[in-house]
Design a protein around this ligand. Structure first.
Ligand SMILES: NC(=O)c1ccc[n+]([C@@H]2O[C@H](COP(=O)([O-])OP(=O)(O)OC[C@H]3O[C@@H](n4cnc5c(N)ncnc54)[C@H](O)[C@@H]3O)[C@@H](O)[C@H]2O)c1
Length: 311
């Protein structure tokens, strides 16, 4: 297949690029390198440095090549930034997506894969783990935009026959995750502990998330890339882990004796989040294969080799 992968210079997208290339596909990456890195882009992929909000640039990319599949991972993905500046968030996460989808329809792209977010679209959960039928009550502009994109994809499927798979990720972690900024607690804690610094746990650290390793997320992307229709699947482990446990797991993998340090709780932070993967398991046979401890040890190994002691 000829594939356009947005956000392919980022953490998850670059691993997906590796897998598409290994599968013999042609890959063009569209990324503005705002949080991604050129060094993440694998040999064999073509990179176009452009912003998905730039209609002319996006049109030129679609004019230069006919794509069978668009895999959309580019996003403004900082939840707090979306709260601080919902207009900017929507400009990337809604209007940028529409720019791509209009080009998909215009040029006859058959299929779209979209990186959605389970944690963000469900909001505060009322059942655990959340299935795809759980009420969607996002409590951030980022979550609203992810859900809105899913709904646009349903519309494009119903009206234009564009096939679409929305993957609602849990908290993805692994090598190449960006340890800058606020998101990605595993990368942030790993970097700090390797540098001999003390990571700060927000509040009591009992807030839970579902941590899924990046290679499992990539496998889900490969499975849905061949499908037709419109689907929404959770991609998680069904296992709830709190931040204190994450801290201790990384501390053990690093071999550090750093004490647990707690700071103020972050206002509005979700308390619990965990996703059921029963639907994609039943439909496509996907299940997580890399357990948390193994994933943490692979992540620590990556950061140790890539960025020893970097600030
Ligand atoms: N990491 C997670 O736990 C997680 C969970 C749920 C959903 N997601 C989604 O998965 C996708 C990838 O996330 P990630 O963790 O790899 O983050 P990332 O920041 O590493 O990747 C995002 C990529 O998009 C690019 N980008 C951002 N804005 C752009 C724009 N306007 N135009 C072109 N490129 C742009 C960035 O440069 C970066 O390479 C995002 O859509 C994110 O919302 C991630």
């Amino acid at each position: 297949m000829n594939i356009l992968l947005t956000g392919g210079a980022g953490f998850i997208g670059s691993h997906i690029a590796d897998a598409y290339l290994a599968g013999g596909h042609q890959v063009t990456i569209l990324d503005n390198l705002s949080t991604g890195r050129r060094s993440n882009v694998p040999d064999g992929a073509v990179i176009v440095e452009a912003d998905i909000r730039d209609q002319d640039a996006v049109r030129r990319v679609f004019a230069a090549s006919h794509f069978d599949l668009v895999n959309h991972h580019a996003a403004q993905m900082d939840v707090r930034k979306s709260v601080a500046d919902p207009i900017y968030d929507a400009s990337v996460n809604i209007l940028g997506v529409l720019t791509l989808l209009q080009e998909c329809v215009r040029t006859g792209v058959k299929r779209v894969v979209f990186a959605s977010s389970g944690g963000a679209v469900y909001g505060e959960q009322e059942s655990f783990p959340a299935e795809e039928s759980h009420p969607t009550r996002p409590i951030s502009p980022y979550g609203v935009a992810k859900l809105t994109t899913e709904q646009y994809l349903f519309y494009y499927h119903a009206v234009f026959g564009l096939n679409a798979a929305c993957l609602r990720y849990a908290n993805v972690f692994g090598p190449r995750q960006n340890p800058e900024g606020e998101a990605g607690v595993v990368a942030i804690f790993t970097r700090k502990l390797l540098a001999g610094q003390k990571p700060v746990i927000n509040g009591d650290g009992k807030q839970t998330r579902d941590y899924v390793f990046v290679s499992d997320v990539v496998r889900a992307n490969m499975l849905v890339s061949e499908r037709t229709g419109f689907q929404v699947f959770n991609i998680g482990t069904g296992r709830e882990t709190d931040v204190n446990q994450i801290f201790h797991g990384i501390r053990q993998a690093v071999g550090s004796a750093c004490p647990e340090v707690h700071g103020d709780a972050k206002k509005g932070e979700q308390r619990r989040s965990v996703l059921s993967y029963a639907l994609i398991q039943k439909t496509l046979g996907w299940q997580p294969t890399v357990m948390l401890e193994e994933g943490l040890s692979r992540t620590v190994k990556f950061f140790r080799e890539e960025a020893p002691g970097r600030e």
